[in-house]
Every structure is written in structure tokens, then in C-alpha cells.
Design a protein around this ligand. Structure first.
Ligand SMILES: *Cc1c(COP(=O)(O)O)cnc(C)c1O
Length: 398
């Protein structure tokens, strides 16, 4: 069996323990608050095993949750997975589990914007100081470490500008200084890189994206290694974070087709990206598989595949030109998030406002695409028409 076959098999079979499924293919939706016990002995047993897959009380989850938690933990390669009501909640949950007053956090500069806002608007008020670092810093991150540095947070590829990090290089430095590493692993999903083999302590997924895969559920996961799992699990319980079993059911169902969906997204996106690379209006591609994407060599080294999300930079264009590009598309819809079956488009100016240690040339607009499962020729025709609208505006400004 090839490496890929093994993974495909794993995606199908993981988390389908009969204890959780009762023999039904998908673990049923168990809704629960109270769980009742027949005897004091049963209750004592439940208390003793409340953190390892026995029913105890609804807030600790039901078999619907346990099955999905086991699946994500196994696919990510960690010890245990906590569930959260969104990807953003998984990020805040993981950070707040380990950071306290007086601690210092190293945060990657191209992080998902709400994560940056969490640091600046909320963690700062709790007495946690954040220093942003260049996504390409690698092992030089050691220069930024202080005696009170508690967590290094990574996101690779980072949001919008897509730089890929030297994750093992950073983890090695973190280990030597006893610093916890957390990775927003949403782009890779649980199947396209091995965060724990690279030395990460906690891997986070906005499962809202490719795991759910159909743009209809908000859910997040944080998976920890053995050392950090008890604290992460207990913090999420103490914060009272629960997820609806219906949402977990849909995430678990989406997970089963993740492998084939990602392959199709990746293939479609590569075709569109190659077509874009040949357009004279395009300055360069920010697609991890292209060598014009900063950190491309780490993608080659650490990832086993890609997906449908990438960006490209235009040589020029004002707001009017970019508006002409992104409006009136036939197939690409304008909207946040990604990872569903549909194609999406967003135009960005002013990226300098969400970057504090890396430079961004604001004269060149960036367009982010999520390539869905439509026929690629239809998507390319849509983009071709977009370039025509854009060129009309650009040429009229000359
Ligand atoms: C979307 C996203 C999140 C947040 O997930 P939600 O479920 O929307 O809260 C976090 N990180 C990355 C990289 C994302 O793209």
C-alpha cells in the first residue's frame, strides 16, 4: 500500500469505534445534558473516566463528539482534540489555556486577522504582551525570545499573503527554550502536513473550512500532544465551551470525503494558477506550489499536498479597477471564509494595515481566490472576463 492509500484508508476508518457508532456507519447525533446512572458505582466509574470517552455530563460531550475528537486527534497525529464553536474560539481557547498575566507571546505577522485582533484588543488587556515576527524568520526567532516568552504561534501558509514558515526550525528553538508552539494548521487540513512530527505542541483547525467542506457549519478543533492535552482539555471544559452534536455530525460527515475533495480543489487550483501565471497583468502568484511564493521550499519539504486557496498580486490597479475585477463574476462569489465546494474571490488593498513587521507594496493589489469544484474551464472564462473589465478601467486611467 502506498503512503497515500494508507491515509485514504485512515480518513475512512478513523473514529468509527463501535463504542461510539453502535455499528451505524456515521456516529449518531446524541443530544444530551443530563446522563443518568443506575448506581453509585456506575456514577463513580463515570467520574473516573469522564475525560476518556465515557458519558458523564453533556458539557463533556457525547459519543457524537468523542468519535469526531478521536478522528481529528489521529489524523493530526496528536494525543487529544478539544472542540470549539468556531475556528476563532479554538485559537482563543488554545492561547488562553497557556497564557497569563505577564507572559510574552510571539505571533506570526501574517496571522489570520481576527487572531491579531485577539492579541491586540483582548490579550493585551489581560497583561499578555505580543511581539509579531516575520513569517520567514525561521531559527532566528531565538533573537526575539525573552525570559517570559510562553508561546510561539505559527500559521503556515499565513492568511492572504501565503508565506510558508520553517515550522521544524522554529519548533527546535522553542523546545530548547521550553516554549509552547501552536500552529494554525487550517490550510493544510489534518491531512497535508504532520504538525506533531515537526515538533508542534498544539495544532488548530478552523474545521469550518475544508473539514466541514460545505460552508454550513462553524466549528474549530485544537489538538495537543500528550504533555499539553490535560491542560487544554480542562481549560476548554472550565470555560464551558460546547459544540452542538448536529454540527459535529456534519463535520464528521464532511471529514470522510476530505481526501478526494482536496485533491480536486488542488488540481483545479493548479490549473487556474498556471493560467494566471501567464497573464501579463499578474505580478506574481502567492500559491505555495509556485516558487514565487515566499517560503515555497518549506512547502516542498513539509507538505504532502495543497488545496484550492491561493492569492495573486496584480502589477497595478486602483480601487475602481479591482472592483471591476471582482464584481459581476459568474461563478466566483464575493465572501469571507473558504473550504466549501464553491469558488470565492476577494480583492485586497491596504494589507500594510494588518502587517507590522513585514513590508507590503500597497501599489499592487492582491486578489485571493478559493477554487471550488466547478469545471475549471468555466472558472477560467469567468476570470478572463474579469481581466477584460479590469483592463478597461486600467487603460482609461492612463
Ligand atoms: C477561517 C479561519 C479561522 C477562523 O475560523 P472560524 O471558524 O471562521 O472562526 C482561523 N484561522 C484561519 C487560517 C482561517 O482561515
Amino acid at each position: 500500500m502506498s503512503k497515500h492509500d494508507k491515509l485514504a484508508t485512515q480518513i475512512v476508518s478513523t473514529g468509527r469505534d463501535k463504542k461510539y457508532t453502535q455499528g451505524i456507519i456515521n456516529p449518531p447525533v446524541y443530544r444530551a445534558s443530563t446522563v443518568v446512572f443506575d448506581s453509585m458505582d456506575d456514577m463513580r466509574h463515570a467520574i473516573k473516566h469522564k475525560t476518556n470517552g465515557e458519558l458523564f455530563y453533556g458539557r463533556r460531550g457525547t459519543h457524537t463528539h468523542f468519535a469526531f475528537q478521536q478522528a481529528i486527534a489521529e489524523l493530526e497525529g496528536g494525543c487529544g482534540t478539544a472542540l470549539y464553536p468556531s475556528g476563532a474560539a479554538a485559537i482563543s481557547g488554545a492561547l488562553l489555556s497557556f497564557l497569563g498575566q505577564g507572559d510574552h507571546l510571539l505571533m506570526v505577522d501574517n496571522v489570520y486577522e481576527p487572531t491579531r485582533d485577539l492579541c491586540d484588543k483582548l490579550l493585551a488587556g489581560y497583561g499578555v504582551e505580543t511581539t509579531y515576527y516575520d513569517p520567514l524568520i525561521g531559527a532566528d526567532i531565538k533573537e526575539l525570545i525573552r525570559p517570559n516568552t510562553k508561546v510561539i504561534f505559527l500559521e503556515s501558509p499565513g492568511s492572504i499573503t501565503m508565506e510558508i514558515q520553517d515550522v521544524p526550525g522554529i519548533c527546535e528553538v522553542a523546545k530548547a527554550h521550553n516554549i509552547i508552539t501552536m500552529l494554525d494548521n487550517t490550510w493544510a487540513s489534518p491531512i497535508n502536513c504532520r504538525p506533531f512530527e515537526m515538533g508542534i505542541d498544539i495544532s488548530i483547525q478552523a474545521a469550518t473550512k475544508y473539514i466541514v467542506g460545505h460552508s454550513d457549519v462553524m466549528i474549530g478543533t485544537a489538538t495537543a500532544n500528550e504533555e499539553h492535552w490535560p491542560r487544554l482539555r480542562e481549560h476548554s471544559y472550565l470555560m464551558g465551551l460546547t459544540t452542538s452534536p448536529d454540527d459535529v455530525y456534519l463535520a464528521n460527515r464532511g471529514l470522510r470525503t476530505l481526501g478526494v475533495r482536496l485533491k480536486q480543489h488542488e488540481q483545479n487550483a493548479l490549473k487556474v494558477a498556471n493560467w494566471l501565471a501567464a497573464r501579463e497583468e499578474v505580478d506574481h502568484l502567492r500559491h505555495p506550489a509556485f516558487d514565487t511564493c515566499p517560503g515555497h521550499e518549506f512547502f516542498e519539504r513539509d507538505f504532502s499536498g495543497g488545496n484550492g486557496l491561493f492569492s495573486f498580486v496584480l502589477k497595478q490597479g486602483n480601487l475602481k479597477a479591482v472592483t471591476a475585477f471582482v464584481e459581476n463574476m459568474q461563478h466566483f462569489k464575493m465572501g469571507f471564509s473558504w473550504g466549501g465546494y464553491e469558488s470565492l474571490i476577494l480583492g485586497y488593498f491596504g494589507l500594510d494595515k494588518i502587517r507590522t513587521v513585514t513590508n507590503w507594496d500597497t501599489s499592487k493589489p492582491l486578489i485571493r481566490l478559493h477554487i471550488g469544484l466547478e469545471d475549471v474551464d468555466d472558472l477560467i472564462a469567468d476570470l478572463e472576463a474579469a481581466f477584460e473589465r479590469y483592463n478597461l478601467v486600467v487603460n482609461s486611467c492612463k
